[in-house]
Design a protein around this ligand. Structure first.
Ligand code: MG
Length: 375
């Protein structure tokens, strides 16, 4: 039996609802239903073959965007439950947050964005919303998954003023400088907690990060000293696991406690009070945030920009660029559902269809599509 939601949680009864009205479900809450729709979506299944940091064929044990999303949601649910917030909503947002991601991780996203420079750009976060609002074609009565407003609000983490104006309801908060609900704030922060930790694991496994380097990081170093002194004979692999699980525990515990203090101090009485609070109420303590950011910067420098990764980055950039140029030049190279929409469209609309097609690709689908261009 779960404790009742607190007044400032997202309550279904105060939701801004769905874009297209639907009768309620007999057995499930509305946010549960959103989560289920996300899990049943095509875009969700594709995450299994999309790069997180390591391209799929680099090894079977590395995170993919699917396992990343599951780790994000697992942490998000813990935090939401501990704070007596809406767990199914936090889970739904976490599971959906990367649905719009391109193949090949950030290299893919940055390249597609560069290709789309003259046509409104490409941003994976905005694309995640586009997937659930427009691109999933699963229901007879409406486009997309017709998710609840609060789920969509959570998926859209950031947005330019120009895009915000076009998006209508979910764009408003960026123009009015308001915050999203607490479940959305949780999803945003635990995304970074999940990747900071699992990328340490993957980077170490790949041999791109060493224990000596990692020990210099305060977050890692503190747990390292503790585990080493308690288990002096532990092998490196288990040592790393033990450290990571303690790091997650430390950061998440801090996040929950600091957020509790924020909520006590600000005492919002509803989700609208949260939106109008003028700042994020879900946060780590300043000291923990500093360590978390330091680890993030470290990973940028030593893992994401590692020479060995850059080589792969250059390869996949060329691939995405080739695909974009080829499809823009001949829309009939794309499957029918895309080529028909692109055929007589003016250039910016055609480019958007091409971007939707490329963004939906898995790594291996993109590699095969690129090979078929050459052949
Ligand atoms: Mg993510």
């Amino acid at each position: 039996m779960t404790a009742a939601l607190l007044p400032y949680a997202a309550h279904e009864s105060h939701s801004r609802g769905r874009r297209y009205a639907e009768p309620p479900s007999a057995y499930r809450g509305e946010y549960q239903r959103d989560r289920d729709r996300i899990i049943h979506s095509t875009a969700f299944r594709r995450l299994v073959y999309k790069t997180q940091v390591f391209v799929n064929h680099e090894g079977d044990l590395y995170r993919t965007r699917l396992t990343h999303s599951l780790e994000v949601s697992q942490i998000g649910r813990t935090v939401a439950l501990a704070l007596r917030l809406n767990e199914p909503l936090a889970e739904a947002i976490c599971l959906a947050h990367d649905l719009g991601h391109t193949p090949f991780g950030h290299a893919g996203q940055d390249t597609l964005n560069a290709c789309m420079r003259d046509y409104g750009g490409f941003e994976h976060n905005l694309q995640s919303l586009r997937v659930v609002d427009e691109l999933e074609a699963k229901y007879a009565d409406f486009p997309g998954l017709n998710l609840m407003f609060e789920t969509r609000e959570g998926i859209l983490k950031h947005c330019s003023a120009r895009n915000a104006r076009e998006l209508g309801d979910v764009g408003e908060r960026f123009l009015e400088r308001k915050q999203p609900g607490l479940e959305a704030q949780i999803a945003n922060i635990v995304d970074a907690i999940a990747y900071n930790n699992h990328d340490v694991d993957d980077g170490f496994r790949a041999g791109l990060l060493s224990l000596e380097q990692l020990r210099q990081q305060p977050l890692f170093g503190r747990q390292f000293e503790e585990v080493r002194s308690r288990y002096p004979t532990l092998d490196d692999r288990r040592l790393i696991y033990e450290i990571i699980r303690r790091m997650i525990g430390a950061v998440v515990g801090d996040l929950i406690e600091e957020t509790r203090r924020n909520l006590e101090r600000e005492a919002p009485d509803s989700i609208d009070a949260v939106r109008n609070a003028g700042k994020q109420l879900v946060s780590m303590s300043a000291a923990m945030y500093e360590q978390h950011q330091s680890l993030k910067k470290f990973l940028h420098k030593h893992l994401y920009s590692h020479e060995q990764k850059l080589e792969m980055t250059r390869k996949v950039q060329a691939m995405v660029e080739d695909l974009f140029v080829a499809y823009m030049g001949d829309v009939n190279l794309m499957p029918k559902e895309f080529s028909v929409a692109a055929r007589d469209a003016e250039k910016a609309c055609r480019a958007r269809v091409v971007a939707d097609y490329i963004a939906g690709m898995t790594d291996r689908y993109a590699i095969a599509a690129h090979e078929s261009l050459a052949g």
